[in-house]
Design a protein around this ligand. Structure first.
Ligand code: SAM
Ligand code: SF4
Ligand code: F3S
Length: 473
């Protein structure tokens, strides 16, 4: 079963998205085609890669057939993510047969996990590059161009690509991702990310503020600050010997301009602080929305998952968010059928969901990942059909809550940042409100990037519908 996905930082509809055109790139000798899978951080990385390649005289193309270099930025989070990439590679084999000089490179988490063995398993691949080695792409391309296979999967403790100005791919010109850190130091037992992305490191706060300011000046109106665990962001400013925390970074970005909306993802329940919540409260342009993945509603399972909090701790965190930010949207990730999970423990996940009444949820069944703590220590003993049935129960309950959450907004007026034309109706725009809910309304004379006040008149389980009553600008 497909995970339920409704957030653009987890947007399944973007999986496999290819670059779709930028106008200001000068004519170049060679063209690259890039396709991205996985989380928002991978999509942001593809924009760093595009910048590195552009400096080498490559220009992006939307057509794999007209590229001399095809790159696929991969994800390893679940087995299915890897299967999707392998299937896509077989489709590129046809192009390779037609064009002997075509180079195919695999980037990202799957490249890091499989390393040089990728070249053995997928003979058409010429280049394998891990997430911390993108600066070496030009030399790897040269090596591969001379007929050798090229690999660099070295992880770094310092690399943040802070000085590289990403080239926005597939941009709507309104919203952008900004990476604020890389890697992860948590060792959630089910998760492959610490192995594919390496140690956690925080990016220079000044370079983050500069990038967000540039985005604002280029007409963007929303930034999403990205990290696997943004609340553990910590950067030491050596010129002043001060430590910048996530709350302080958030405040600095929020102060750039009231016109720039700020979002962030992901928050780890063990690390999110009152400071962050009060900073959100103090700044109208920091969106009232927190992605707070719980993974399981049972304390024994959470312990096996090595999440380092209990059910009670998590619920207290949710209460605290609602106390400080009563209107805050809260979303989660949950895994059904983790190793040894009993029927009663699954019921705990349902009852936790009942308590939290999430606005959004990203729900998966457990997929064992080679090399993780869980794969080494625990038996993946919940049968697939049981995992799927438990997932379905989570999905069914979540749907009830999300519909109710949408229905609560009918009749209300909300501020929406217009992102673009609705996929379903050319004469409508879509945008998001503060709580990250998608809002659709007739275009009238407005344009993407405008803030408008929308009166919500009806809803579906995933969308609020209404009409503009006032322009903010
Ligand atoms: N850093 C985030 C956090 O701590 O919550 C999550 C990052 S991970 C890229 C996104 C989600 O994928 C996780 O929250 C988890 O629910 C899910 N996930 C990770 N490993 C998984 C696995 N082995 N099987 C199923 N789902 C998994
Ligand atoms: Fe994976 Fe846990 Fe790190 Fe999130 S916090 S990326 S789930 S190890
Ligand atoms: Fe992201 Fe997938 Fe890697 S979720 S960090 S691209 S394993």
């Amino acid at each position: 079963m497909e995970p339920l996905v409704m957030d653009k930082t987890h947007d399944e509809s973007r999986q496999g998205e290819a670059y779709a055109g930028i106008s200001h790139i000068p004519a170049a000798r060679k063209h690259f085609y890039i396709e991205s899978y996985g989380c928002a951080m991978n999509f942001a990385d593809s924009e760093v890669v595009a910048s590195i390649l552009q400096n080498e005289g490559f220009a992006p193309t939307t057509e794999p057939d007209s590229a001399e270099l095809i790159l696929i930025n991969t994800c390893s989070i679940r087995e299915k993510a890897e299967q999707t990439v392998r299937k896509r590679l077989t489709e590129f084999a046809r192009l390779k047969k037609q064009n002997n000089g075509l180079l195919i490179g695999v980037l990202g988490c799957m490249a890091e996990r499989l390393k040089a063995s990728f070249l053995e398993e997928e003979k058409l691949v010429d280049i394998v590059v891990g997430p911390d080695a993108y600066r070496t792409l030009p030399s790897l391309i040269e090596e591969a161009g001379s007929g050798q296979k090229a690999v660099n999967v070295l992880l770094s403790r310092e690399e943040t690509y802070a000085d590289i100005s990403p080239i926005r791919l597939n941009t709507n010109g309104v919203t952008a991702f900004v990476s604020i850190m890389r890697g992860c130091n948590n060792m959630c037992s089910f998760c492959v990310v610490p192995f594919t992305r390496g140690r956690e490191r925080s990016r220079n706060a000044n370079s983050i503020v500069d990038e967000c300011t540039r985005l604002l000046n280029d007409g963007y109106r929303e930034v999403t600050l990205l990290g696997q665990n943004v609340d553990s962001y910590q950067w030491i400013d050596e010129t002043t010997s001060t430590v910048v925390s996530f709350a302080q970074l958030l405040e600095r970005v929020a102060k750039i301009s009231p016109l720039l909306r700020v979002r962030f993802s992901t928050s780890h329940p063990k690390d999110i602080t009152d400071d962050v919540l009060f900073t959100m409260k103090a700044h109208e342009n920091i969106c009232n929305y927190i992605h707070l993945p719980v993974q399981s509603g049972n304390s024994r399972v959470l312990q096996l998952m090595n999440r380092t909090y209990s059910r009670e701790w998590y619920l207290a965190k949710v209460d605290r968010i609602r106390e400080i930010l009563p209107d805050c949207g809260i979303s989660t990730d949950m895994i059904a059928g983790f190793c040894t999970e009993t029927e009663e423990e699954h019921q705990d996940s349902l009852s936790l969901m009942e308590y939290c009444k999430y606005d959004l949820a990203y729900l998966y069944y457990y997929s064992e990942r080679p090399g993780t703590l869980a794969a080494r220590r625990f038996k993946d003993d919940v049968p697939l059909e049981v995992k799927k049935r438990r997932l379905q129960e989570l999905v069914d309950l979540y749907r009830i809550h999300s519909l109710k959450s949408m229905q609560r907004d009918v009749g209300k007026i909300c501020k929406v940042l217009i992102e673009g034309t609705s996929k379903k109706n050319e004469s409508d725009y879509f945008g998001r409100n503060d709580q990250n809910k998608v809002v659709v309304f007739p275009k009238q004379h407005y344009k993407p990037g405008d803030y408008v006040w929308v009166k919500v008149t009806h809803c579906t389980s995933g969308t609020l519908l209404g009409h503009v009553i006032q322009n903010e600008n």
